[in-house]
Design a protein around this ligand. Structure first.
Ligand SMILES: NC(=O)c1ccc[n+]([C@@H]2O[C@H](COP(=O)([O-])OP(=O)(O)OC[C@H]3O[C@@H](n4cnc5c(N)ncnc54)[C@H](OP(=O)(O)O)[C@@H]3O)[C@@H](O)[C@H]2O)c1
Length: 388
């Protein structure tokens, strides 16, 4: 009974935490489901290969083929009890990050039903601590400073925010009832490694940029073939030969996108995890969210496209969108709400522990933006990850 159990280790955040532990030589146990024709073990092997930690799966990381969304993780009685005996602490990372309401029931299974099974397991194992990886976006919108505490909220932008909010409350409730110390970590939007751009997930920050990249390619092809489609949407080549998109994105004052690189997240998480305290919530966020205008500037420079600017958001502005704007916003879907986010995150608890250790979130300047986008291009947005 001395291992840290990590759920969601086949995902972006969980695998980075798992890799960080094994790099430090610490033994972990992970639950992993099979997917396609790969077992949970094979999936972890592939991931550790990506982290250049070949061979780790056998040495420091025990993989239990399990599905936490099923009672007793779908394990036999003996395997479940052996896992209970092995586990001293839990880091619960598994979750669905989908915003889509049409997927509500599967998001609820991942974020609430699976949590229920993990909390039951935590109680049965009498773990030393339960660590929940939550999200900064459980905080309510509305330009309030969000404290590092359980918040009260009635309306939500989407099912993801709602279920993560409920997951925090349930974790605190069950842990306090069972006498289990708990901690909650709330990262904002996580992108690739700030040193080399490495990532294997291209959602979040990458998604709108990838959308523009693909639109640029599509319209370049159309313009070469007579430009029928482009003409209808007002897309053309400007005097400098760049594809010009007539898009004005709606923006609001004092808003921005809170983005953190994954290496900062991991360093911050480990430092916060390694402190003995409990009953604390930590915002792992960027003190300088990137305004939409700035990200747009970076994106148009990087992709060498023109025409995209911003305009103040007005009520019912969606109705005034031109055809190209409607097309772009339809691709953005639920993501568009995060382009002008007004949440401000208090980081008193987090800073108190991270500042003495000199752990800071780097500013997202153009150099860093280029590093992460160069990696996205090099791997064709993750399609050729293992050939890098
Ligand atoms: N990425 C971010 O920017 C970000 C920001 C803030 C907070 N977070 C939080 O970080 C955590 C991990 O997110 P992520 O970005 O790493 O997501 P991810 O890459 O999609 O990974 C999700 C993980 O959860 C597992 N999972 C999902 N649904 C499940 C289910 N029904 N039953 C069992 N396991 C399930 C997945 O297993 P399979 O691989 O088997 O599907 C995978 O291991 C989440 O709690 C999320 O809220 C992420």
């Amino acid at each position: 009974m001395n291992k840290i159990l990590i759920t969601g280790a086949t995902g972006f955040i969980g695998s980075h935490i798992a890799a960080a532990f094994v790099k430090e030589g610490r033994e972990i146990v992970v639950t992993a489901r099979n997917k396609g024709d790969l077992s949970g073990y094979q999936r972890m092997q592939k991931l550790f290969q990506w982290f250049q930690l070949n061979g780790t799966t056998d040495k420091l990381c025990k993989v239990v083929e399990a599905d936490i969304s099923r009672p007793q993780f779908g394990l036999s009685h003996d395997t479940y009890h052996s896992l209970l005996n092995d586990t001293s602490e839990i880091i619960h990372c598994a979750a669905s990050t989908s915003f889509a309401d049409k997927l509500r029931s599967s998001v609820e299974v991942a974020n609430l039903e699976a949590l229920k099974h993990v909390l039951k397991f935590a109680t049965e194992a009498s773990v030393d601590r339960f660590n929940l990886v939550s999200t900064a976006f459980v905080c309510p919108t509305g330009l309030n400073v969000c404290k590092e505490e359980i918040v009260e909220r009635k309306s939500f932008l989407n099912v993801y925010e709602e279920t993560k909010y409920r997951a925090e409350k349930e974790s605190k409730r069950v842990c306090e009832l069972s006498g289990i110390p708990w901690k909650i970590y709330r990262p904002s939007i996580v992108y690739g490694n700030s040193q080399n751009g490495r990532t294997f997930r291209f959602n979040g920050l990458y998604y709108p940029i990838k959308t523009l990249y693909l639109l640029k390619r599509m319209f370049a092809g159309d313009l070469q073939n007579g430009g029928n489609h482009s003409m209808k949407l007002g897309v053309h080549r400007d005097d400098e030969g760049r594809i010009f998109f007539p898009i004005k994105l709606e923006t609001k004052p004092n808003t921005g996108i809170n983005l953190i690189p994954v290496d900062f997240f991991v360093n911050a998480f480990l430092a916060l995890f390694n402190t003995d305290d409990a009953g604390k919530i930590y915002h792992i966020t960027n003190p300088y969210p990137s305004p939409l205008e700035l990200l747009l500037d970076y994106t148009t420079s990087y992709l060498d496209i023109a025409g995209i600017t911003t305009r103040p958001h007005i009520q019912k502005s969606g109705e005034q969108r031109n055809a190209m704007e409607k097309l772009f916003y339809s691709y953005l879907g639920e993501y568009s709400l995060y382009l002008t986010d007004d949440r401000v995150f208090d980081t008193s608890h987090t800073n108190h522990l991270l500042q003495p250790l000199d752990i800071h979130c780097p500013p997202l300047d153009y150099r860093l933006f280029k590093t992460i986008m160069d990696y996205a291009m090099k791997t064709n947005w993750g399609k050729t990850l293992l050939q890098e």
